[in-house]
Each structure stands twice: as structure tokens, then as C-alpha cells.
Write a protein that binds this ligand. Structure first.
Ligand code: AMP
Length: 417
């Protein structure tokens, strides 16, 4: 039997219903704040990600599904949404629109990671990006919106970690300081951290081995090195979050996986998840649009994993499928009437299903019961005149009626007797 590739998941109907809830909440919460939906293609020019995500990142180094389009052009299945949205912003001249341009998406992404619980090779994210504003209000608003989304989904045990990465200049000075610090203690670092001192020294904060962790406790932090205007920006974000009652922990060692962040960075985790506790995060990326050859354009955004939100939400009520009417067929003659009755019921706003499996009448009634039908219309011979009886599945009552009165009766929800 052919099976789905490892690290991909079928979204079966019950799960799809839960996902629709995520979509509905995202649309409501983000829509109310003026964010509009965008969808970008599932694959892009590879260069978009090598430039826009960063050569040194795990994503670009080892997680991209890259292929040749047959004409010598390298394409990549999108591993994240921010670079594609910024590409679209530039490609469609969105900088001529009123700024900031606020966009949201719900799309699938692809990363060649080792699959495990909460980590897939194809997964879904809800994301929001506000492009064209530098103000701290934008950062705070984005964080509040994600907090609201998580709350409305009943995501349990959330924690928000917050930090600022400053501007590229401060960051590169700090990187040199950190590299020097790491080199001075390299004999106590793990081999992996040691080998990446030059490529990605910030990763040392993520290390789990005791030696490196001990060293990192004495490491200089970027928060202490922020330029005054970045520190003020960060303070303002914090004040706004405090006012909004959003609780956070300062984490000067917060390292986002992507290279392009500047100033604010944040991440929501959930204690309800295991090892893969990250639910969603993001930050400010004032330099990204320029990296993609656009004009300097400040921007901020986030992405949250749909599977992980749902995992941490526990039992979300899957909206019950409600069947108002099942149209059963007692004689083959009545099939056109039955077909038409089901169509009319749907037009009248009812959820109506038709017998499609050629079952006996007894089998059909059993089936109607199984799918939870509220009423069953049993259509008999069409000649000389269509006979229809309507059965109330709750009370068990059944009475002769005509095709024309079935729908009004159900709409009135009236008892048959
Ligand atoms: P990132 O773009 O890496 O910051 O990821 C944002 C969010 O997407 C994470 O917090 C997760 O919820 C989710 N996510 C990232 N990678 C995966 C994956 N491989 N499988 C499932 N969810 C993921």
C-alpha cells in the first residue's frame, strides 16, 4: 500500500473541522485589526530564501526542499512565509499603498527536518506581517494579536519570551564581543558550538550541554549593548504590552532561527507540548526588504504553527456535523423526486443528504440514524402520485405527507403530530 511520505500528515475530516476553527479565529482577530489575507506560491526561487532567510541558518543549510525546474533554475518549496510575503510586497508595488500594509496568511510550509511529534516536513502556519511601519505600536499590536489568537483557541500553558536584537550595527559589534568571549572559553564549549563560533555565535545560547550553559551564564548579552534609540523602542514595546496586560519574560538569550530580525523578537511556547514547545514567534525585520533589493522598509510579523496550536489547545469541540434531512428511497421510481427534494432542502439552508449506496429501506434508516439525521423523508413510488412520508428521528413518529410540505415542516421544526 502506498503511504504518505514520512513527516507529512493527512488532515482527516475531524481534524479539518478543528483547523477551520483556527482559520475562523485568525480571520476574525486579524481582520478586525485591518490585516488582509494573502497567499503566495508553494515554491519560489531558491535565492529568495538564501538571501531572505540567511545562508547561516539551519533552514537554508539543511532544511530546504530544493529542486531544478528542468530549465536550470533552482526552486525551493517555501520553508517560511515572511520572505515570500515581502517578495510579493515588492513585486506588486504594495509600497504605493497606504502604509503599513498588513497581511495575514494560512499556508503550508516545507522543511526537511527529522519528523517527530509536533515537527513535520509539511506543516501549516498562520502568519501576520505589518510592512511599512517602524513604531513600537506595530510590534506590540502584533504580539497582542497572537496572544489573542492563542487565547481564543484555548491554547494551554503559554509563555511569552521577549527580547530585542538591536540594529545590525549594534548586533555585529556585539557578535564580535561574543565571539571573543566564546574563544576565550572554548575549551569548555561543546564541539558543535565551538565549530560555529564564527558562523553563528548566538547559537551558543541555545546549547543544552552543561559545559556551554555554564559558560553562557557569564556571557555578555545584546540587551545590555543596545543603542539608546533601540533600547527606547524596546521599552516602549514593553510599556504597551504591560498596559495591555500581556505577560512576558525577558529573555536576553532569545535567538530566533532566522537571520533577518532586528529590534523586537518574541516567542510563545506552551508547557502543554513536549520537546517541540515553540508555538509561534516573530519580530521586527527592518532590513529584509532591502536585502531583497527594495527600498528601506521597516516591518514586523509572526508565524504560529497550526498543528502545535491545536495540540496545545487539547480538546477543541469539533463542530458537530448536523444533518437536518436524509432523503431515503423506498422505490426506484421516486429517485428523481428524492434527488430534487435534497437539492431544494439545501437551497433552503438545510443540511440534506441523499441515499447514494442503494441500500434497502431498513439499511437506509439505520444509516440515517448513524449519521445523526434529524428527519428522514421516505420517497415512494412516483406514480400515480409521489408518496412521501416524513419520519421524526427523535420521537420516532412518522406520517404521510407530500414532497412540498417536507421542507416547511422541517424549517418550522414542528412535531409531526
Ligand atoms: P519558525 O518559522 O521556525 O519561527 O516557526 C514558527 C512556528 O511554526 C513554530 O513555533 C512552530 O509552531 C511551527 N513550526 C516550525 N517548524 C515546524 C515543523 N517542522 N513542524 C511543525 N510546526 C513547525
Amino acid at each position: 500500500m502506498i503511504q504518505a511520505p514520512k513527516g507529512t500528515d493527512d488532515v482527516l475530516p475531524d481534524e479539518a473541522a478543528r483547523r477551520e476553527l483556527v482559520e475562523a479565529h485568525a480571520r476574525r482577530i486579524l481582520g478586525a485589526a485591518g490585516y488582509r489575507r494573502i497567499e503566495t506560491p508553494a515554491f519560489e526561487a531558491t535565492e529568495l530564501f538564501t538571501r531572505g532567510v540567511g545562508e547561516a541558518t539551519d533552514i537554508v543549510q539543511k532544511e530546504m526542499y530544493t529542486f531544478d525546474d528542468g530549465g536550470g533554475r533552482s526552486l525551493t518549496l517555501r520553508p517560511e512565509g515572511t520572505a515570500p510575503v515581502c517578495r510579493a510586497y515588492l513585486e506588486h508595488g504594495m509600497r504605493k499603498l497606504a502604509q503599513p500594509v498588513k497581511l495575514w496568511y494560512l499556508s503550508s510550509f516545507f522543511r526537511a527536518e527529522a519528523p517527530q511529534r509536533g515537527r513535520y516536513r509539511q506543516f501549516w502556519q498562520v502568519g501576520a506581517e505589518a510592512i511599512g511601519s517602524a513604531g513600537a505600536e506595530s510590534d506590540a499590536e502584533l504580539i497582542v494579536l497572537l496572544a489573542e489568537l492563542l487565547e481564543s483557541l484555548g491554547v494551554k500553558g503559554t509563555r511569552l519570551r521577549l527580547s530585542s536584537l538591536g540594529t545590525p550595527a549594534t548586533r555585529s559589534e556585539y557578535r564580535e564581543e561574543l565571539k571573543a568571549f566564546l574563544r576565550a572559553h572554548q575549551d569548555r564549549l561543546s564541539a558543535e558550538v565551538r565549530s560555529r563560533i564564527d558562523l553563528n555565535p548566538m547559537r551558543a545560547f541555545d546549547a543544552t550541554d552543561p559545559g556551554t550553559r555554564e559558560v553562557m551564564r557569564g556571557a555578555p548579552t545584546l540587551l545590555d549593548r543596545l543603542a539608546p534609540e533601540d533600547a527606547e523602542h524596546f521599552d516602549q514595546v514593553r510599556r504597551l504590552l504591560d498596559d495591555a496586560g500581556v505577560r512576558y519574560e525577558l529573555d536576553p538569550a532569545l535567538v530566533r532561527g532566522l537571520d533577518y530580525y532586528t529590534r523586537t523578537v518574541f516567542e510563545f511556547t506552551s508547557d502543554a507540548l513536549g520537546a517541540q514547545s515553540g508555538i509561534g514567534g516573530g519580530g521586527r525585520y527592518d532590513g529584509l526588504i532591502e536585502l531583497l533589493e527594495g527600498p528601506h522598509t521597516p516591518a514586523a510579523g509572526w508565524a504560529a504553527g497550526v498543528e502545535r496550536m491545536l495540540m496545545a489547545a487539547g480538546e477543541l469541540p469539533a463542530p458537530a456535523d448536523y444533518v437536518d434531512l436524509f432523503v431515503a428511497l423506498a422505490a426506484p421510481d421516486g429517485s428523481r423526486i428524492a434527488f430534487e427534494l435534497a437539492r431544494e432542502a439545501r437551497r433552503a439552508g438545510l443540511q440534506a443528504q441523499l441515499e447514494l449506496a442503494g441500500r434497502s429501506l431498513k439499511g437506509q434508516l439505520k444509516h440515517a440514524d448513524r449519521i445523526g439525521a434529524r428527519y428522514v423523508a421516505i420517497v415512494g413510488d412516483a406514480r400515480p402520485q409521489a408518496t412521501v412520508s416524513l419520519k421524526d428521528m427523535e420521537s420516532g413518529e412518522q406520517r404521510e405527507t407530500s414532497a412540498g410540505t417536507v421542507i416547511p415542516t422541517i424549517l418550522r421544526g414542528s412535531r409531526l403530530s
